[in-house]
Design a protein around this ligand. Structure first.
Ligand code: MG
Length: 162
């Protein structure tokens, strides 16, 4: 059996933060605000995976009221989501991600983001797709106030470990 999940995340830019997407620090004049490291790619992928398995969402799993997750490395949260699916008898098949940002240009970073996500998710790099678009200067994204990320994940039933 195969199931599909969708994930969405958005974060606001702030000049005093590093920009971290898909576990990769990307040179830019601003980063994203958030309780964790605000890695919107990791968050959208995690929610797509949890959605496919009907296991809730990262807001429920890692509440932003919990000081444990202050400044958290979102790739660690993603690894926890991967493990949660595993123990519930699911295996990630592939993820497809669209990042909508007016700047910076993400194309030069897509390959390393793919590799990093594939590594954490324990899938091959060709099972991770990352696409980047601008918002044609429209709305909050177009004004450079923040970015949005959409992700789709497919999972298949698998024998739980051990
Ligand atoms: Mg988020």
């Amino acid at each position: 059996m195969m199931r599909v999940g969708i994930g969405y995340d958005s974060h606001r830019f702030a000049s005093d933060r590093p920009l971290i997407l898909g576990g990769v620090t990307i040179p830019h004049s601003a980063g994203l605000t958030g309780h964790s490291d605000a890695d919107a790619v990791a968050h959208a992928v995690a929610d797509a995976m949890l959605g496919a398995a009907a296991l809730g969402d990262i807001g429920r799993l890692f509440p932003d009221t919990d000081p444990t997750y202050q400044g958290a490395d979102s790739m660690m949260l993603l690894a926890a989501v991967r493990d949660r699916l595993r123990v519930n008898g699911w295996r990630l098949q592939q993820v497809d991600v669209t990042v909508v940002a007016e700047a910076p240009k993400l194309a030069p970073h897509v390959g390393v983001m793919q590799a990093r996500l594939a590594d954490v998710l324990d899938v091959t790099a060709d099972s991770v797709s990352i696409k980047a678009k601008t918002n044609e200067r429209m709305g909050f994204i177009g004004r450079g106030e923040g970015i949005a990320v959409m992700a789709v994940a497919t999972i298949v039933a698998a024998a739980p470990p051990g």
